[in-house]
Ligand binder design. Sequence first.
Ligand code: FAD
Ligand code: NAD
Length: 533
Amino acid sequence: MEAPEGPGPHRRTQRALKLLAALGLLSLGLCAGRWFLLTITDSRAENDSYDSYDYDLFTIGGGSAGVRLARFSAKYGARVGLAELPFAVVSDKHSAGGLGGTCVIRGCVPKKLLVYGSQLHDELRDARGYGWDFHGRPRINWRRLIATKNKEVARLSGKYRELLNDAKVDVFEGYAQVLSPHMVSVNGKRVTAKYICVATGSRASVPKIPGSTLPGVLTSDDALNLSHLPRRIVIVGGGYIAMEFASFFYGYGSEVHLVLRADKPLRGFDADVRAHLHSALQQRGIHLHANETPASIERRKLGWGELIFRTDQGTVLEVDNVMFATGRRPNTEELGLEAVGVEVDALSGKILVDKFSRTTVPSIFAIGDVTSRRSLTPVALMEATALSETLFGGRSRAPTYDNVPSAVFSQPPVATCGLSEAEAVDKHGEVQVFMSRFKPLKHTMPTGRAGQEMVLIKVLVANRGRSAGTVVGVHMVGEDAPEIVQALAIALSAGASKEQFDQTVALHPTVTEEFCTLREATRIAKRRQKPKF
Ligand SMILES: Cc1cc2nc3c(=O)[nH]c(=O)nc-3n(C[C@H](O)[C@H](O)[C@H](O)COP(=O)(O)OP(=O)(O)OC[C@H]3O[C@@H](n4cnc5c(N)ncnc54)[C@H](O)[C@@H]3O)c2cc1C
Ligand SMILES: NC(=O)c1ccc[n+]([C@@H]2O[C@H](COP(=O)([O-])OP(=O)(O)OC[C@H]3O[C@@H](n4cnc5c(N)ncnc54)[C@H](O)[C@@H]3O)[C@@H](O)[C@H]2O)c1
């Protein structure tokens, strides 16, 4: 695809020519009367003057993707407007959002704060194993925790407003819709722009089963803002959010039941990682109900506010809350996209884009969770940076998705970069698998980490063709895995070989040194021959 046109060195000449053309059109329009004039205004052509629009760029959504795009485009000299809903901790499709978006207000940041807090309980137990004495049971003041966390996300959201103000981005507060390829409305006010970018993110999706709208049934938004710590909770789902929320609720002292429809959590992750996490969570004390699907929820008629949760397989659980972590739907409904010709995937509702994030309407772009790429904050930021450069930086750049690291902040946490064993075998035909399961030095003392103390590390090396010897995947389950794998992602991005891993001098005693000391392959994994008939 041709990179979208942006203001370049010939902008002044182009402007003069375009101004002349616009004047010609205008006088023609005056002669032809009001109807013709209106037609011209509504169908402004792609190559119209920048100055004939209110903005060079208008971004719908002020989350990770929208704020980054707006700020970076403004730095290139573009005139930028951005629409975002008013701030609230729990979002509402039409009336509540907040600058910073999901990651800052009801995703990565508050989740990680609650993860940190729940880990302290384990650390207090570890302390006893190291000789510390203290009396009484530690108790969590949940209300204080949530109030402090809410104060922090409100502060952060305010910082995002400051960043946009400093960049001279005009912020419109309200629900935006697309009216035409160059026009949006925010709360009824019409604004025109050379380019429009949809960065409206996604929201939790809950399966429609009997009882799924009862009070006490939660999404991740609600779970981050509960007034009481649930005594017993069912979490439905086997993905990132289910693992993370199950882990921190358990850490704070809830009885946790995880209901997942697969046999292991984290579909799409490396099989050894999935198996290791499954047994670690079980050993820790989380009740895993694998191969089960939610059937219904009802409120107990007698008794104190309990919910009765049933699965299709016959499990019945009495709990205070049921949380659905069953995936997310993009915020694309009611935006007016189809009416202007923006194609949306019929099944998932995600906006279809090309490699430059351009939709089926040339002046409209989409980035972040609203598209069908990976739903991670650093990916949304990468897409925004690339688009600002393409539109206004004079260089077309497509985001690249190789070696995107990701982590699940469960307890123990999981982190991964590159290919799983199945993907590596599929791509490279044959891989060397280096794997180690071990108890780190810290837990050779009698700490209280049932199920969390064993670490899994796995390194996959291509064994055939031009990539032979290159590390194509690293995986880890264990304390600090996300911090460790972030650093290893640099090596993978640089195309490091196993030999370079081996030649790196270890840092002792650490857990990470194991990545440099794996000498013997655990096995060679090969693509299965297709059966001959
Ligand atoms: C519980 C949870 C934990 C997560 N943890 C992590 C993590 O640890 N690491 C990680 O990388 N990713 C994590 N994610 C994913 C990450 O939050 C998203 O990938 C990221 O926020 C996507 O950014 P975005 O800008 O595309 O969308 P969003 O951040 O959702 O921003 C979209 C914005 O658009 C606004 N909006 C929507 N419609 C309109 C409209 N019509 N008019 C005006 N404004 C509108 C919304 O209010 C919202 O603020 C997590 C997500 C969740 C739900
Ligand atoms: N640490 C992180 O980086 C992080 C954390 C949280 C979320 N995220 C992002 O947010 C996205 C959304 O997270 P998520 O955990 O909601 O989604 P997910 O896609 O990771 O997991 C959804 C889970 O719900 C299950 N499911 C779906 N429909 C179901 C149904 N009807 N009944 C039973 N189970 C059902 C799926 O099998 C899957 O296990 C993630 O894909 C990820 O990209 C990232």
